[in-house]
Design a protein around this ligand. Structure first.
Ligand code: CTP
Ligand code: MG
Length: 235
């Protein structure tokens, strides 16, 4: 039986957030941002291991107490200069440590998406466990799309039919994901793109707006509201 393993790339610097500590450690509802995704992924019984990829020079992880997740998490200080490199290095570490076999499922999830719910993870697992390729959480585009000129004026309105915004987790088999990332072009910004470059079509599974990526300073306020509410209604 294939296992389900989560991999959280958390080796970014959060340059668009523009703070002195990487955004995955900014506090949300009293906890470092990464705590929230860890809590969700560790609470899914079918997920056997949650691997966290930190930057080699990470100075923040050790400042916090992660004991409640012990037994389920594996920490690797092997982050790279891009997200794809951090995921690739994490996959190599999982294989080297014999934590992941070729056919095991890997769920790659951004540390910067603290609003992930157990409902979404369960939906992803249920819809993809028998799938040939795998897939990702995503939401259909709601806003009208404008193509801009260099001077910030509308060139044209782009059709939005059949356009989706990719989220994470993105779920693929260990061997194929590693092969895809090792061959991928430098410009890819998610795992599915690497799989697509191999000629496969990942499945789109409905995510939700709470699972947005915290990127800019103004995103912190919304994330704080969502997580406070989530924690208040937990248990
Ligand atoms: N990430 C990573 N290694 C990198 C770059 C990013 O592990 N070299 C991780 C981030 O820590 C984050 C996820 O990939 O959990 C999504 O990346 P993003 O939101 O772009 O975060 P940052 O790269 O840290 O932010 P920015 O692009 O604004 O610098
Ligand atoms: Mg980035």
């Amino acid at each position: 039986m294939a296992e389900f393993i989560a991999l959280i790339p958390a080796a970014g610097s959060g340059s668009r957030m523009g703070e002195n500590i990487p955004k995955q450690y900014r506090l949300l509802a009293g906890k470092p941002m990464i705590y929230h995704a860890l809590h969700t992924l560790c609470s899914i019984t079918r997920i056997s291991t949650v691997c966290v990829v930190l930057a080699p020079d990470d100075a923040e992880w050790a400042r916090h107490d992660w004991n409640e997740f012990s037994g389920k998490i594996q920490i690797f200080n092997c982050g790279g200069t891009t997200r794809a490199e951090s995921v690739t290095n994490g996959l190599r570490a999982l294989r080297a440590g014999n934590y992941a076999q070729d056919q095991d499922w890997i769920l790659v999830h951004d540390a910067a998406r603290p609003g992930l719910s157990t409902t979404l993870v369960e939906r992803l697992l249920n819809q993809l466990e028998d799938d040939e390729v795998g897939g990702l959480l995503a939401v259909p585009l709601a806003d009208t799309l404008k193509r801009a000129s260099d001077t910030g004026r509308v060139v044209r309105t782009e059709p939005r039919e059949q356009l989706w915004q990719a989220q994470t987790p993105q779920m693929f088999r260990t061997k194929r994901l590693l092969e895809a990332l090792e061959k991928a072009s430098a410009s890819i910004t998610d795992d599915a793109s690497a799989i697509e470059e191999l000629g496969y079509s990942p499945k789109l599974v409905a995510g939700d707006a709470y699972n947005f990526k915290v990127t800019y300073p103004q995103d912190m306020e919304l994330a704080e509201l969502i997580l406070r509410e989530r924690i208040a209604t937990r248990k």
